[in-house]
Ligand binder design. Structure first.
Ligand SMILES: CC(C)(COP(=O)(O)OP(=O)(O)OC[C@H]1O[C@@H](n2cnc3c(N)ncnc32)[C@H](O)[C@@H]1OP(=O)(O)O)[C@@H](O)C(=O)NCCC(=O)NCCS
Length: 198
């Protein structure tokens, strides 16, 4: 399939999603309990109508950016990631990611996607802060945020109810000056910008 590439990394690229992607892939990932194990999504079933509406809502909202993650090696759509709730005045946005194809977990693709979207957010959208919420027990996610320079801001106690019990959620963020310090150690993603700016 010929896809419009928005950001190109070394091992994956971030592409514009189509309604078909939502219906054929996203829809199934949201019904895979392993994928949504630590998320609030997946608690209720999602209908095809709802997933179509969700595509329309995101694509028509300039404060929402959701992209498909393509693994470059086999050109397969493996998940979605984006910047949400983009606030022009506070210059902040929420990062979200879901790799729905489980065989691609643990290959550090999530980390590459995170770094690309932080660079895009800071350099192109002129953000000052990227934040997120992560279940304290979601080890892969937690580690990847810490190793990219995110700082824990606080704990939202018993914030989500999943798998028959409550989970604490840690709210984390990275500020522009922290990103600039960390960016030095990240790979170069030539499609975005080679050097960070203040
Ligand atoms: C969470 C998710 C995005 C992580 O992406 P990933 O590509 O699987 O993770 P990575 O390979 O980039 O690994 C990230 C870190 O976790 C570590 N890690 C990998 N497997 C691990 C495991 N089983 N236990 C603990 N840490 C692990 C890696 O070593 C890496 O840390 P490091 O850079 O300090 O070495 C992905 O697994 C996913 O989409 N899961 C389902 C949806 C979800 O939970 N989304 C996140 C919501 S906050």
């Amino acid at each position: 399939m010929n896809r419009t590439v928005f950001l190109e990394g070394n091992r994956c690229k971030l592409t514009v999603l189509s309604k078909d992607d939502y219906e054929q892939s996203y829809f199934h990932w949201l019904h895979d309990r392993d994928v949504t194990y630590y998320l609030t999504r997946g608690t209720y079933p999602t209908s095809i109508e709802q997933i179509r509406n969700s595509y329309d809502d995101v694509s028509n909202n300039p404060n929402e950016l959701e992209l498909g993650i393509i693994n470059k090696e086999d050109n397969k759509l493996i998940g979605v990631a984006g910047l949400h709730c983009i606030q022009a005045i506070a210059r902040s946005a929420e990062f979200r990611i879901l790799i729905g194809e489980k065989q691609y977990w643990g290959l550090r693709l999530g980390k590459e996607v995170l770094q690309m979207l932080i660079i895009y957010g800071m350099e192109i959208l002129n953000l000052n802060k990227v934040w997120l919420g992560v279940s304290n027990e979601n080890d892969k996610a937690f580690r990847s945020y810490l190793s990219c320079g995110f700082t824990a801001e606080g704990t939202l106690r018993e914030e989500i109810f999943r798998n028959g019990r409550f989970y604490d959620v840690t709210r984390m963020s990275i500020l522009k000056n922290e990103y600039i310090a960390h960016r030095e150690s990240w790979p170069t993603y030539s499609c975005i910008l080679k050097k960070p700016s203040l």
